[in-house]
Design a protein around this ligand. Structure first.
Ligand code: GUN
Length: 287
């Protein structure tokens, strides 16, 4: 079998276009402009690229984009004071603090200082609890993007065996909650899981979010399964830099029913969902 390639880039462009249409309508009918504030502390090169992309795509959707770049030695009190100002600013509907933060800052404290209604990352403890209990919440962008791709491919996910490899708060755990919410039978696997290959082979839906280049080979994939590869790993191959996922693409694509490529799969969905969450936050804030 040769897998269908799930075109996350095209899907994300579609989501962004739908968001932009809503934004234009909000502006025209209610003179409202959804606004997203992104806070970057320090000079981490990968984070700088992400933040630049977020700013560009926020603008392109017609939203307000507010970037706050702080030096790597910023005091926690100053960062918390900025968040308090953004919480109180009615032109800001979404707040995102780019992670990772420098080690002297307490990321949990900082994230939990964000107004949960503006927490477009869905990382605030209130949103985590709401998601875990099946209540209306802000949903983390990367797992939300994965869920959209899966629903588009399968329609109903009810009864499917889903295996999520990786237990991070940003992807693995919320992904498992979302799949459970769609009535999958869910397993979260991780570095201490016994017989990981066997566990993966059970999956109708296999989500890889471990951050280890090409860790999952094709012979761990059930024939016909849908493989969602969240990994974005930069490696050197043949003297050149290359992006690869957590799944060994060519061997997995030979057995899977459908697979997301890297790049061009899950990656573009993350920012598209961030824009969608900012729009949702704006609607909720304005009734
Ligand atoms: N760093 C890597 N991914 C993310 C994300 O989804 N949100 C934030 N805030 N930081 C990140």
């Amino acid at each position: 079998m040769t897998a269908v390639v799930i075109d996350g880039k095209a899907f994300a462009a579609n989501v962004r276009a739908r968001v932009a249409a809503h934004v234009a309508k909000l502006k025209e009918e209610r003179n409202l402009v959804p606004g997203l504030a992104v806070v970057l502390v320090g000079e981490d090169p990968a984070s700088q690229v992400y933040v630049r992309n977020k700013g560009e795509q926020t603008h392109a959707a017609g939203m307000g984009s507010f970037e706050h770049r702080l030096s790597s030695d910023t005091a926690e009190a100053n960062l918390l004071a900025l968040i308090a100002r953004l919480n109180a600013d009615p032109s800001v509907h979404g707040i995102l603090v780019q992670l990772p933060l420098p080690p002297h800052l307490n990321a949990e404290l900082v994230i939990n200082a964000i107004d949960p209604a503006k927490d477009v990352d869905g990382f605030h403890i209130s949103n985590v609890g709401l998601l875990g209990t099946g209540q209306k919440s802000m949903v983390p962008c990367t797992p939300l993007g994965c869920l959209m791709l899966l629903r588009d491919r399968h329609g109903s996910l009810a009864g499917k065996e889903a295996v999520v490899v990786g237990r991070s708060n940003i992807v693995g755990k919320p992904m498992a909650q979302l799949l459970l919410g769609d009535s999958c039978t869910v397993t979260i696997a991780h570095s201490r899981t016994k017989d990981l290959a066997e566990v993966c082979r059970r999956a109708d839906i296999l989500v890889a979010a471990v951050g280890r280049p090409e860790m999952i080979p094709g012979d761990w994939v059930k024939p016909g399964a849908t493989v969602i590869d969240v990994g974005i790993n930069r490696i050197e191959r043949d003297g050149k830099g290359k992006l690869v996922g957590d799944v060994h693409y060519t061997s997995a694509a030979a057995v899977a029913g459908a697979i997301t490529p890297v790049p061009g799969g899950v990656g573009p969905m993350t920012i598209a969902c961030l824009l969608a969450n900012t729009l949702t936050a704006c609607y909720r804030a304005n009734g």
